[in-house]
Structure formats: structure tokens, C-alpha cells
Design a protein around this ligand. Structure first.
Ligand SMILES: Nc1ncnc2c1ncn2[C@@H]1O[C@H](COP(=O)(O)OP(=O)(O)OP(=O)(O)O)[C@@H](O)[C@H]1O
Ligand SMILES: [Mg+2]
Length: 512
């Protein structure tokens, strides 16, 4: 690549946190008008490096140059002034505000009327429309954010970064919650931006996506840079091996599933919300891994949340082991042997200020009090620590100690803690919404193995999953939904990309 058009250069950046050396002399050069991908396992230091470029962290050593000039970024304001923008791994939108207020967050336009300062809503609306049109996005600027899905919130963050006229936009796992269509839209936006000379730094665990969109790829491992290569010279396998530092042969554990008796039966379940799912019937057997496929808007999350007692249903039955259940709230559901790993883990999952131990045992403690309390009612910290340590080990959770506050863990490691929380309750029916979102390849395999292990013990696992390879690689049977209805079931060899996509978009064809 042309050495003259480097917009952002980081030289020998190091950053130490208590107990971890997150970055060790990492250098990175990003060219104008290109997409530079950064890859690495959970905890490799990707987000930390980017936070140093965006002024959130100050490196212990090393220098940052923008357009050839050294800059000192003491906060994000400095970074934005220098032309750097960042879309975070964790959503940064304000749910109580509407779309346009979020786009212009902290920068709302004002007008003066009779000497008084007013928010210029007209201008805000007009500017938002112009931005959306330029990027081909169709969202009502006045829509209430509380009612938009995670993916739309993500698009809004992207628009916000674009609106800052940045020279470099850092995207930390931007597509982890986007559907394939929305990811396509994002790629279109990225191409538009690079053609105007903007540089994109792109962090993702999705290798196929990286190979499709990026010009150069930097791979990190344990706080060290392994190297930077043109994307053309890389393939799936080389990336994995350089990331993990060892040879990985299988992406999914091999298993033999022998069909068991019916465990859970859902009969004609219909949401109380008329816009959501209707008339959904399916059954899951003991020892089965049951996948639910579909596009965004298929109401899959709504369906499983209703089964778990988080949303009201109008009619229908939930039958487990022949007994009709009433999961009117999550506590009922947990008592009835259900567990649900939600899709948006930062909002509904972690408790940032508490330790890994607290975060991990919280659900089990609620239903299994005895396990953690001694005779006098005191908490038995030994048991809590033992349970936590077991899963920190089983899922290779990267942390200096189990007493560390969870907010200090990397994104992927936080998710592993939340997953462990549910595994600890030893549910009969484990429901997971996008179980490996944001989790690296090596850890994915560990999670898959755990799910297979649970199924082997006669439990049922239900996964809602938008990533095709995962849905196909893991499921014994797949139910596909479209616009709130079941559009079909696939089993064994029928579980294939095209068949799933066809059903996911073909409810129209099935309507008769
Ligand atoms: N504020 C902090 N305090 C203490 N430790 C931290 C802090 N931020 C990050 N770390 C640690 O630094 C290491 C690198 O974390 P980082 O978030 O950069 O990883 P990552 O590559 O982005 O991983 P992921 O793919 O899971 O998002 C991890 O071990 C993490 O626990
Ligand atoms: Mg990260």
C-alpha cells in the first residue's frame, strides 16, 4: 500500500491494567480510503487499542499520529476534533430519546427566538433526513428509540459517526447484532465512505465478512500484534491459525444425536401483541438441539421471551413433560427448569459494578438458596467461588481474578460469564438467543461443546441464531420463522443454507 496516505498511525502502544498487560508495543498504520480489519480472540486487546486511538484510554507508552502530525488525545473530544470517530462494541444510545436526538446527541442545533435559546427541531429533522437519504437508510427520525430493535440502534450510531465528518471511523463489532440485509447496508455505507477517502478500522469475529470487506488485516494475540497482511493474501484457515496460534480443525463438535422423547411442546402460542408471533406450534425432544432461524423481524426473540414469561401471550399452551405450565414471569420459568440467555447482554445481562462471582451466581442463588447459604443464613463464599472458578476454567474466561468487576472484562468474556450464569442453574430447557455473538472462534467451540454436553445429558437446547454456519452446524432440527409465523421445519440433510433462506423469506408463498 502507498506509504504516503497513512491517516492514522499508532507506534509502539503499550497499556497495562491491574493484572493484565492489555497492549505490548503495538503499532498500526491505517491508509486513507481503506478498510483495515483488526482481529483476535476475546481479550486480545482490540478494543483497548481502539480506545487509545479514540482518547478513552491514555497509553502508558507509544505515540499516535493523525495525518503525519503527532496528537495527544486526552479525551474523546480531542479525538473527534482530530477527525476520529468510534462506534462502540456496547451500544451507546439513549433509549428514552428519539432517533434524531440520538444522532445529534451532545451536538443539538440551537436557534434564538426573542433572545432565548431553543432546540432547533426543524433543522435537526432536516439534517437527519439528509443524512439518512445520503446513506440509504429508512427510519423515521422522530421514531421512539425504545421501540426500535438493537440493529436499528446500531445503525443510528453509525450515522452519528458519519455525521461528525470523521477521517477515520472505528467500528468495534458493528455487525454483531445486524441481520444479513442490514450488514449489506452497512457494507454499502462503508464503501461509500472509503470512496470519499475515509478510513475504516473494522473489528469483527466474522471471518467471511472480514475477507469480503477489508483491504488489510491486522491480527492480535494476547496484547501483541502478530502481523498485518493484505486481505487478498489471507483465507479462513490462515486467519484462524494466526489468531489462535495453533491449528484448528473443526468449527463444530462432532456428535451423534439419538432422538429422545418429547420434552417441550408449544401449542398454537399467540402473542398478546397483535403485531408479533401467531399460532406457533413445535416440540423439542430430550437431548435435542433445536434451532430457530429467520430474518430480523421474524419475531423469534419475542417468541422465546414469551415462553420464558417475559412477555404476555394471548393464547396457546406450553407443555413440559406432559404438564401444562404457566410461565407468567421469568422466576416461574426458572423454577420450571427454563433458562434464557438474552440477545442484548449489556442491557439485560451484566451488572457492571459487581464481581464475576456475583454476576455468575446470581440466577442460581435465586432458585437454589441452600447451595450458597450456611446454617446461620450467611453466604457461603466458598461454594460461590468454587462454582465460578469451574466455569471460568471451562469457558476459558480471561480475567485477572474472579473478584474482578465484570465491567473490566473484554466484551466477549463478559458474555461468557452471562452464559455460565445460566449453565449453573442446570436448566432442563436452555434457550439461547444468538449464543456466540461477539465470541471468538476458539471460545465458540468451547461453548458448542458445552451445549452438546448438556444435550447428551438429556436436556433440550433451543438456539435462536442468525449466523447460518452456526445454525446449520449445531441444530438437529430447525424451525424457520417469517413475520411471526412458522414457515417450515428442516431436519438432517435438509438443513441447508438455501432451504433456510427460502423459508425465512417465503411466508408469502406459504400463505396459500
Ligand atoms: N478498564 C479495564 N480495566 C482492567 N482491565 C481491562 C480494562 N479494559 C480491558 N481490560 C483487559 O484488557 C484485556 C484486553 O481487553 P479488550 O477489551 O481490549 O479485548 P478485545 O480484544 O476487545 O476482546 P473482545 O473480542 O472480547 O471484545 C482483557 O484481558 C481485559 O480484561
Ligand atoms: Mg472488544
Amino acid at each position: 500500500m502507498d506509504q504516503n496516505n497513512i491517516v492514522l498511525e499508532m507506534r509502539n502502544i503499550s497499556k497495562q491494567f491491574p493484572g493484565v498487560k492489555a497492549l505490548d508495543k503495538v503499532s498500526l498504520a491505517v491508509h486513507a480510503g481503506s478498510v483495515h480489519a483488526v482481529m483476535g480472540e476475546n481479550g486480545a486487546g482490540k478494543s483497548t487499542l481502539m480506545k487509545c486511538a479514540f482518547g478513552i484510554y491514555q497509553p502508558d507508552e507509544g505515540e499516535v499520529f493523525v495525518g503525519g502530525t503527532q496528537v495527544h488525545l486526552s479525551d474523546t473530544r480531542d479525538a473527534i476534533d482530530a477527525g476520529i470517530s468510534m462506534i462502540h462494541q456496547e451500544l451507546q444510545v439513549v433509549r428514552s430519546r428519539n432517533v434524531m436526538e440520538n444522532v445529534w446527541l451532545g451536538r443539538v442545533p440551537y436557534k434564538r427566538v426573542l433572545g432565548v435559546k431553543w432546540v432547533d427541531r426543524k433543522k435537526m429533522y432536516k439534517d437527519t433526513i439528509a443524512l439518512f437519504q445520503g446513506l440509504g437508510i429508512e427510519i423515521d427520525p422522530k421514531a421512539n428509540l425504545a421501540r426500535l430493535s438493537v440493529s436499528y440502534c446500531q445503525l443510528i450510531e453509525i450515522v452519528r459517526a458519519v455525521s461528525c465528518d470523521a477521517k477515520v471511523i472505528i467500528m468495534d463489532e458493528p455487525t454483531s447484532s445486524l441481520s444479513e440485509n442490514e450488514a449489506e447496508l452497512l457494507f454499502r455505507i462503508i464503501r461509500q465512505l472509503t470512496s470519499k477517502g475515509v478510513a475504516i478500522i473494522y473489528i469483527s469475529h466474522k471471518i467471511e465478512e472480514i475477507l469480503q470487506i477489508s483491504d488489510e488485516v491486522t491480527i492480535m494475540r494476547d496484547g501483541i500484534k502478530v502481523g498485518t497482511w493484505p486481505a487478498k493474501e489471507l483465507d479462513n484457515r490462515t486467519i484462524i491459525n494466526r489468531m489462535v496460534g495453533r491449528e484448528m480443525t473443526n468449527r463444530f463438535p462432532i456428535r451423534n444425536y439419538a432422538s429422545g422423547e418429547t420434552h417441550l411442546e408449544i401449542r398454537q402460542l399467540t402473542s398478546a401483541d397483535p403485531k408479533s408471533f401467531q399460532d406457533v406450534s413445535f416440540s423439542v425432544r430430550k437431548g435435542e438441539i433445536f434451532g430457530i432461524g429467520g430474518l430480523i423481524g421474524a419475531q423469534r426473540t419475542e417468541l422465546i421471551e414469551s415462553i420464558f414469561g417475559l412477555r404476555a401471550v394471548k393464547s396457546g399452551e406450553i407443555i413440559k413433560d406432559g404438564i401444562t405450565l404457566h410461565n407468567t414471569c421469568p422466576r416461574d420459568a426458572i423454577r420450571n427448569g427454563f433458562a434464557l440467555l438474552t440477545e442484548e447482554r449489556r442491557e439485560t445481562g451484566i451488572i457492571p459494578m459487581l464481581s464475576i462471582v456475583e454476576n455468575m451466581v446470581i440466577a442460581n442463588q435465586a432458585i437454589n438458596r441452600r447451595r450458597y447459604t450456611g446454617k446461620a443464613g450467611f453466604l457461603r463464599s466458598k461454594m460461590r467461588k468454587a462454582d465460578t472458578a469451574k466455569f471460568v476454567d471451562a469457558l476459558s474466561i480471561k480475567t485477572p481474578a474472579i473478584s474482578t468487576q465484570i465491567k473490566y472484562l473484554s466484551g466477549g468474556n463478559q458474555q461468557k460469564v452471562v452464559l455460565a450464569r445460566w449453565l449453573l442453574t442446570e436448566p432442563d430447557i436452555l434457550i439461547l438467543d444468538e449464543p456466540t455473538r461477539g465470541i471468538d472462534i476458539g471460545a465458540k467451540y468451547e461453548i458448542y461443546s458445552l451445549l452438546v454436553e448438556m444435550a447428551k445429558q438429556g436436556k433440550s437446547v433451543i438456539i435462536v441464531c442468525s449466523e447460518m454456519p452456526e445454525l446449520i452446524g449445531m441444530s438437529d432440527r430447525v424451525m424457520v420463522m417469517c413475520e411471526g409465523r412458522v414457515s417450515g421445519f428442516l431436519e438432517g440433510d435438509q438443513i441447508q443454507d438455501q432451504a433456510i433462506m427460502h423459508l425465512a423469506s417465503s411466508y408469502e408463498n406459504n400463505k396459500e
